[in-house]
Design a protein around this ligand. Structure first.
Ligand code: HEM
Length: 483
């Protein structure tokens, strides 16, 4: 380390800080010695990794100097596998600008001549309700919320992207979903996988090492390859039946129309990678947040009661909760923010690459450095959220009880590279949660031997790298029959 470098947890030659780190990394970096440090540097073996640890540092980097932090880490596996570098999440420069702009526009304009996003989500809410009634309540069985919620959420993306409810209707998609769930439920040691990714330049130069790494990662690479094949098949189907450019029926159609005028930017491989990114970024994140929400409500019955009372008062029990109700459901919105605060789903964000040397809160971050941001530390900061360990939706309400969002909630990141699906995700969280709560009560499987705290701690790190509760089952009951 040079003088003036950010603080580090300790280091040795060659292995760097690795002997000093503890999992989960976001919690380690939020311990007392680091909690108030704006920037921390980790020596991950031979490479440095910077972590923006406080809200001030994240804002300084991603808002005040946003243009210097628009890069992403470049990987060798995608070019090796596909010949292209990226879709949306890992793209940079012109490709990123084009894909981000068009993806946002396409998702925002959603309507696509047929159904709006709200209608699609409400259709899935209904589908979910009947699955819970048939497979859970009628059969008297507690349900694993991973397949239940991830099918519902991926059906939403399926309709937007492919134009069909593939997740339920196409037997081939059952396999695709299973592949996603294998990624979701994989046991993931974040530190080990970060070290692996940070050293990829070495493997690319040392071919025998590259072969070894590919052999070790073969399973994940195969899953990825199959998913890409599936997307390409969908592109072919759409090409055979392309509608009018004025009213694209889905995301793929909108992009295929662009392909006609700009075939190299919008080639088939990039399009497939972009589609895959929407699934990777948009399925598990939303469905795992809903799993957290159910656990928090079981743990906090007084919150659940107030939530149900609000929904009954504003909406009643005879019709679905819709987006029109949202502005009156202040407490419901506050509950969702509190779920997002405590779930800290993308705990350390997605790494940005610093494209030009920058100074953040007084510390130099060199060009090409990789930079994470500690959402967990910001969401657990006593300065912004007093008694952060308590689930208190009231903190997101003003004196009059009106919903009042807090800028320190950084669930979706901030700045130009923040989550592209935020408004869709917010709509899904609101509609799925409010409608589930209106219809059902939740209880942990009576046969469960672990406590909720143990399930939340998820010692096996299941969750494919995001903060997810361990696998468990929930017993649903019909709310009106219980009351
Ligand atoms: C609760 C649900 C979600 C959470 C917590 C979440 C969180 C995040 C975070 C933290 C980032 C990184 C931001 C950064 O690098 O600064 C991100 C990026 C991204 N998210 Fe989400 N997300 C969610 C849902 C979605 C959905 C539904 C979609 C798609 C429709 C989506 C698509 C993306 C994409 C494409 C990116 C990369 C953006 C870019 O690189 O320009 N996300 N998300």
């Amino acid at each position: 380390p040079k003088s003036g470098d950010p603080p580090n947890p300790g280091w040795y030659p060659l292995v760097g800080s690795l002997p000093f780190l503890r999992e989960p990394l976001e919690e380690f970096l939020s311990e007392k010695q680091f909690a108030k440090q704006p920037v921390v540097v980790l020596y991950m073996g031979l490479e440095k990794l910077y972590c923006l640890n406080t809200y001030e540092a994240i804002k300084d980097a991603f808002i005040s100097q946003g243009d210097k932090f628009l890069g992403r880490q470049q990987t060798f596996i995608l070019p090796e596998l596909t010949g292209e570098k990226a879709g949306i999440i890992l793209s940079e420069d012109e490709q990123w600008r084009l894909y981000r702009r068009l993806s946002l526009k396409t998702l925002r304009d959603f309507g696509f001549g047929r159904q709006g996003a709200e209608e699609i989500i409400l259709g899935e809410v209904e589908e979910l309700r009947s699955r819970i009634e048939d497979q859970g309540i009628q059969a008297g069985l507690p349900l694993d919320t991973v397949p239940l919620l991830s099918t519902a959420v991926s059906n939403v993306i399926c309709q937007m992207v492919f134009g069909t409810r593939l997740a339920s209707e196409d037997p081939e998609f059952g396999r695709v979903l299973e592949m996603f769930q294998r990624i979701t439920q994989s046991q993931n040691n974040r530190t080990r996988s970060m070290v692996f990714q940070l050293h990829q330049d070495y493997y690319v130069k040392l071919k025998p090492l590259l072969r070894l790494v590919i052999a070790l990662r073969r399973k994940q690479i195969n899953i990825f390859g199959e998913l890409i094949k599936f997307c390409r098949k969908q592109l072919e189907k759409h090409k055979a039946d392309l509608g009018s450019p004025e009213h694209p029926r889905d995301y793929i159609e909108a992009f295929l129309h662009q392909q006609a005028s700009n075939p190299s930017e919008f080639n088939d491989v990039r399009l497939s990678l972009a589609v895959l990114d929407l699934f990777i970024a948009g399925t598990d994140t939303t469905s795992q947040t809903l799993r957290w929400a159910i656990l928090f409500l079981i743990e906090n019955p007084e919150v659940e009661k107030r939530l149900v009372d609000e929904i009954k008062r504003v909406v009643g029990s005879d019709r679905q909760v819709t987006m029109k109700d949202k502005s009156q459901l202040h407490y419901t919105q506050a509950v969702i923010d509190e779920v997002n605060r405590m779930a800290c789903l993308a705990q350390l964000g997605v790494a940005h690459r610093c494209t030009e040397t920058a100074k953040v809160c007084g510390y130099e971050i060199p060009k090409d450095a990789l930079v994470l941001f500690n959402i967990f530390n910001v969401h657990n900061s006593v300065d912004h959220f007093p008694q952060p360990e308590c689930f208190q939706p009231e903190r997101h309400l003003d004196q009059e009880g009106r919903y009042s969002p807090d800028e320190h909630l950084v669930t979706f990141g901030i700045g130009k590279r923040a989550c592209l699906g935020e408004s869709l995700a917010r709509m899904e969280l609101f509609l799925f949660l409010a409608n589930l709560v209106q219809r059902f009560t939740f209880r942990l499987d009576p046969e469960e031997t672990r406590t909720i705290a143990e399930i939340k701690a998820n010692p096996g790190h299941q969750g494919g790298g995001i903060r997810a509760p361990a696998v468990h089952k929930i017993q649903f009951n019909s709310r009106c029959e219980e009351e």
